[in-house]
Design a protein around this ligand. Structure first.
Ligand code: MLT
Length: 404
């Protein structure tokens, strides 16, 4: 009789956003007359930028002609896209990243879940608490996290770095030494950031203890403040300790189109073994590349028009963030985030738990958000609203919440 990967049985419940979708669906079925506004999952609502759409059309037409048709993409992604990434995301910030250090993929979610595969099963992971659930769940599936306690909401072998109001929602160095450190800035879910000096301390710490930092910079395009680093490689020594994950979902609305990339510098080594070559091996074996048309669409994001149009989209979402933040603050809520990130992190009123507030908001205001405790035990008593809704819905949602 075959055996299953029993680590899957350790996972409590289903994926956070699937749980929420089920609850919202049930509410909608029971209350068909109510207009539910969804500010839960961080999914974009604006259509793809015109420059992206025209690149998609053009690439699709190329696929219809024998001479320009494309089959499998090169293992690491098309060079035309990797050159643009190296130039616009890195060189423009004073960072040299070689083309063979960039791995184009179908998005940062898959990369953030898969990257743990190239590390030993007995590595200890450290995560922010609260945290994007994929980092922890993928390590659970790999058997790296020990046993789950429903009482504490924690895994026995995971090192948690609480990010609370006391720490300005930033992590502090853990007391136990980790092997793999997951950092995400601007942060999902709290919307917090750290400045370059602080990130440099993390890089120095990882280099000192021989840990790897898995740096999720999916929300980089939302940074508005000067001193916030756009890539971890702005820090000295990061190439010997950090992997960076990037996404086209949030900066260019590719959530349904799927495109991302991972950077693994060749200087990042475990002894003599370069992690770049391990990931190249993994990529070559398990992935056949993001589709040509999507990579061509991604390249359009870097054109002058593409940059202008995607900047306008980001400004639109950040205006929603302002509406949420100012609206809630004026109603007496304690709110953070929303300045360098499209997420607003609020303290639930009247000592409600995160899920109590979720139910309350859904029932009384017909607004969907994400319970903070779904991101980890330190998220209890908090709630996340996304700025990715339409402006009209965002305004209406905040008006409804203010009336409660
Ligand atoms: C979120 O809501 O946290 C994001 O949409 C998750 C993701 O990007 O996969």
């Amino acid at each position: 009789m075959f055996k299953i990967n029993e680590n899957y049985l350790k996972l409590p419940g289903s994926y956070l956003f699937s749980d929420i979708a089920k609850k919202v669906k049930a509410f909608g079925e029971a209350n068909p007359d109510k207009k539910v506004i969804r500010l839960g999952i961080g999914d974009v609502t604006l259509p793809l930028a015109p420059a992206v759409i025209s690149a998609l059309h053009k690439a699709t037409d190329e696929m219809a002609v024998k001479d320009t048709f494309k089959g499998y993409s090169p293992d690491l992604g098309y060079e035309f896209l990797r050159s643009l990434i190296a130039e616009h995301d890195y060189k423009s910030r004073g960072v040299d990243i070689a083309l063979d250090e960039i791995f184009v993929s179908d998005g940062a979610k898959s990369d953030s879940a898969n990257i743990q595969e190239i590390f030993g099963a007995d590595n200890k992971i450290a995560v922010c608490d609260p945290v994007y659930p994929v980092y922890v769940d993928s390590n659970v599936m790999a058997g790296r996290t020990g046993i789950y306690s429903s009482e504490t909401g924690k895994w026995s072998e995971v090192i948690y770095m609480p990010c609370t109001a006391d720490t300005n929602f930033a992590p502090e160095f853990p007391t136990k030494e980790p092997d793999m450190i997951y950092l995400c800035f601007p942060n999902n879910p709290t919307g917090s950031t750290i400045n370059k000096a602080k990130l440099q301390e993390w890089v120095d710490y990882a280099n000192k203890i021989g840990a790897v930092i898995i740096y999720d910079a999916a929300y980089e395009a939302y940074i508005s403040e000067e001193d916030v680093p756009h890539t971890i490689y702005e820090c000295e020594g990061a190439k010997t300790c950090a992997i960076e994950l990037r996404s086209f979902s949030k900066n260019a609305g590719f959530t349904g189109t799927r495109l991302g990339f991972t950077v693994i510098p060749k200087d990042l080594k475990a002894g003599e073994v370069s992690l770049n070559s391990l990931w190249a091996r993994r990529h070559g074996t398990k992935f056949n590349g993001a589709p040509y048309v999507i990579q061509a669409a991604g390249a359009a994001v870097y054109t002058e028009e593409g940059k202008k149009q995607t900047r306008e989209q980001i400004a639109y979402y950040m205006n929603n963030a302002r509406v949420i933040k100012e609206g809630l603050e004026s109603s007496g809520y304690t709110v953070s985030g929303g300045v360098n990130a499209p997420y607003i992190w609020l303290k639930t009123p009247d000592k409600m738990t995160s899920w109590q507030y979720f139910d309350y908001l859904l029932k009384e205001a017909n607004v969907v958000g994400t319970p903070g405790s779904g991101f980890g035990p330190s998220g209890e008593g908090y709630f996340r609203l996304t700025a990715f809704g339409t402006y009209e819905n965002t305004v209406e949602a905040i008006e409804r919440i203010k009336k409660l």
